[in-house]
Design a binder for this molecule. Structure first.
Ligand code: USQ
Length: 366
């Protein structure tokens, strides 16, 4: 919507996979959203701009090939991945779906670009989770190594904490291979957990709001804490709560995509950018949500529970994130005012909160 509003010709291709697995996991979002065809119609009415919608599966090469042959895009933003760590760890079928969907969609995209639009800039949504939590500073994608007196530059070592995050490592490797062999131009956005309830274009009509999940499988931690605060449930800090991640507001995810589209990677370049604006531990997040809740008269409790994931709960974390700032990113930080505003929006939908989908249903070890 943001790109269309700015005057670009936009085609959106989707097969509703996330909707299907959300429904199968009994993880309905807080805010109901119409399907893509309907959303594009609502957007057109509100903004006077068209978004061409194709309902199809990116793991089907024919679909991608035909779409690329027709559109010959200048750029493509690859969001077509199963995005949930917990889902990918929930069963054999979910793990297999994650591998099949995420790798085949990326592979097909590469070939559709090679076949129909070799100059097209591929913007791939990666994740900070690819790096894991190493005991050294995390660089932006690459590491200069000196070994036995010689030096070279390699992809930064990656060791993810879920199968989903691991598929993103595979994707990066696939893209890097074709960048080397076929001179693709690629930007890999290593995104941290996103929070936020609305965007500029979504303000045109509440039915255009982004997906907002608060369950244990599809909800990210900040959005979950906001809903828990409104519902009067103790905030579910997993384990010791020292897990530190780089977070960003949904407004900044859009800003980052826009900035990299305006400043494309060179042919034969895999550009990797760490996409987050501030690092916080889970305990710090919980404290902030409690503080913001107090301003609305909410008595927010924090209820540490045993960690369903296998992850370090107390670790070093110092990732570089200057690339997007250098391109012009103006961060929207997680201030008390921002949290209060989000809590107010969540309050409008408090009747839809289902308590039974808040506690963790997926455990890494089983
Ligand atoms: N956590 C809690 N309590 C909760 C939920 C989460 O303590 O109720 C903790 C988790 O254990 C983890 C941290 O909060 O240490 C972040 O968890 P999350 O669920 O918000 O994010 P994550 O599973 O890491 O995945 C999300 C998105 C994924 C994206 C990733 C960026 O779902 O698509 O790739 O954020 S990152 O984490 O940087 O890899």
């Amino acid at each position: 919507m943001q790109l269309a509003a700015a005057g670009h010709e936009v085609t959106a291709l989707d097969n509703y996979l996330r909707r299907q697995i959300v429904e199968a996991s009994n993880s309905e979002p807080l805010i109901e959203s119409p399907d893509l065809v309907e959303r594009s119609r609502i957007f057109e009415e509100a903004a006077g701009r068209t978004i061409d919608v194709v309902i199809g599966d990116c793991t089907d090469y024919q679909v991608l090939s035909e779409t690329f042959a027709r559109c010959r895009p200048d750029a493509v933003v690859h969001y077509a991945e199963q995005p949930s760590g917990p889902y990918s760890m929930s069963s054999f079928d979910a793990a297999r779906l994650t591998i099949n969907n995420n790798l085949n969609s990326t592979f097909n995209l590469i070939w559709a670009v090679l076949e129909h639009a070799p100059e097209c800039h591929i913007v791939k949504l990666g994740t900070m989770g690819e790096y894991g939590t190493p005991n050294i500073d995390i660089e932006e994608g690459w590491l200069d190594i000196e070994h036995k007196g010689r030096k070279d530059r390699f992809l930064y070592p990656r060791q993810a904490g879920s199968l989903y995050h691991t598929t993103k490592i595979f994707d990066t490797d696939l893209l890097w291979f074709y960048v080397r062999m076929r001179d693709l131009r690629v930007t890999d956005l290593m995104q941290g957990p996103v929070y936020g309830v609305t965007t500029t274009e979504a303000e045109l009509d509440p039915r255009l709001r982004p997906n907002f999940h608060y369950d244990d499988i599809f909800g990210t931690v900040v959005n979950r804490f906001l809903v828990q605060a409104v519902a009067g449930l103790p905030l579910t800090v997993y384990g010791a709560g020292g897990q530190t991640r780089g977070y960003l507001n949904i407004l900044d995810t859009l800003q980052c995509v826009d900035l990299v589209l305006q400043n494309p990677a060179e042919a034969g370049e895999l550009r990797i950018l760490n996409q987050f604006t501030e690092s916080l531990s889970v305990n710090e997040l919980a404290d902030r949500v409690r503080r913001a809740g107090r301003r609305l008269g909410l008595d927010v409790q924090i209820g540490a529970i045993s960690n369903p994931r296998k992850e370090a709960e107390d670790h070093y974390y110092n990732p570089v994130h200057t690339g997007l700032l250098d391109l012009g990113l103006k961060p929207h930080l997680m201030t008390d005012d921002v949290l209060v505003e989000m809590l107010q929006l969540v309050c409008e939908h408090r009747d839809r909160i289902r308590h039974e989908i808040v506690m963790p249903r997926v455990r890494w070890g089983t």
